[in-house]
Design a protein around this ligand. Sequence first.
Ligand code: FAD
Ligand code: AMP
Length: 476
Amino acid sequence: MTQQFDVVVIGGGPGGYIAAVRAAQLGLSVACIDNWKNAKNKPSLGGTCLNVGCIPSKALLESSENFERATHQFAEHGIKLGKIELDLPQMLARKDKIVDQLTGGVAYLFKKNKVTSLHGHGHFVSRDGEGITVAISADGKEETVRGRHVIIATGSVVRAIKAATVDNKLILDNEGALALTAVPKRLGVIGAGVIGLEMGSVWKRLGSEVTLLEAMPEFLPPVDRQLANEAFKIYTKDHGLKIELGATVSQVEKNAQSITVHYSNDAGDQLLEVDKLIVAVGRVPNTQGLNLVAVGVDANEKGFVEVDDRCKTTAPNIWAVGDVVRGPMLAHKAEEEGVAVAEQIAGQSSHVDFGTIPWVIYTSPELAWVGKTEQELKSEGVDYRVGTFPFAANGRAKGLGETRGLVKMLACARTDRILGVHILGPFASELITEAVVALEFKASSEDIARIVHAHPSLSEVFHEAALAVDGRALNL
Ligand code: FAD
Ligand code: AMP
């Protein structure tokens, strides 16, 4: 018999599982269909983010940074260590344990909130007056469920390029890059975006010689130019990442033990010889096999499910959230959309403020920003004032030994309202939250300048940048 639910969610990543939990909290009956299987061939909730994205990458970034600190920085603190050795199997096992704990945590949340968890591939069958029928296929069997509402949260998959087909042996995507069992001597990365930089940083710290080939002539185009240029210097000069901009890869040859990458730049045709190659050229929405046409849901030419600013698709009572729809492919954006949709189904009028979504790149130092960049304000003809303050002038940063980078605040010249905040520095991912709150509450730089910040703390750099907007930074 076909089970009937108030809400059926397709996809158990951050968009889908959070939508399911929130809908259940609001008293709705909910089923969540997810088809992810982990390396042990076991169903594993949490989607890309928990299984092969945000969480394992941050675990390895932290471990590799500790390795680098122990190797290069502890001596300065007066800590002498003996011979430092890398135990890569243990590093990977730690990462896998964190993933298991968190994916298991989603299963626990489903139980606690009485969300029915169904494993398999979901696709639309039909709709009638009372609801939408969705089929779930797994291991050659098929069952159906019906939902009064359906939320599509099927996420994204790796963008493929013809020149380099991923085999996860020599040519890797994020999944392979997070599971290498030996440190490659020479590692190539196609794409110097968020994922390419994070993966490149991990393996560089563990001993690889890393070259990133980036098609765009500019480094990190969405980032404020001043910070992107500063970050480029740090990553290349201090960390030794080789980043080639304006490099178009035309062909990749697999040899027995290595890879030859053919690419061209301003200087002509070039060759790069590496032992492993990561392809990190972005991600594309995943609507494969969903049978959207059966229920009248439109997708655009790039494959994104069409939604309005409240995540309503072109079909009544069918919603879509996360990477499968427009907007930044970020886990917290997916989650907030999931919450907003669940609440709308329950009769509330929630929405997401897309102007205050923080972005973070977990390099060292971290890059984080919210709101407008200086180049955006210029092109929009907005009159603005700028305040910057370096971490080098902050006592806490000195104590940490992490003095590179700065905070940059952009405020409206007429009203003083904060329009954008850009941070390159230690714990930028944590510090950015104060900026998000400031933007959400429409704060002025003067508001922040008048708020007491603990001393000594990294947050004082944010405070000083706010003072600097008015030309009155105190410690510089
Ligand atoms: P997903 O997490 O992709 O989940 C979709 C789920 O739906 C998957 O489990 C999939 O198997 C399942 N599914 C798909 N189709 C079907 C179907 N037809 N039936 C049943 N199940 C289906 N974002 C951040 O905010 N911070 C970070 O630090 C960060 N780091 C990242 C690092 C890497 C290496 C990668 C790859 C991504 C990273 N991201 C990060 C992006 C983040 O992972 C995504 O934005 C987020 O996972 C999107 O959530 P989602 O719920 O939309 O989709
Ligand atoms: P992100 O979406 O942040 O993971 O970034 C992906 C990066 O890959 C972007 O900076 C793109 O410009 C870059 N990119 C996309 N296609 C190619 C390609 N064929 N060769 C090199 N870089 C690419």
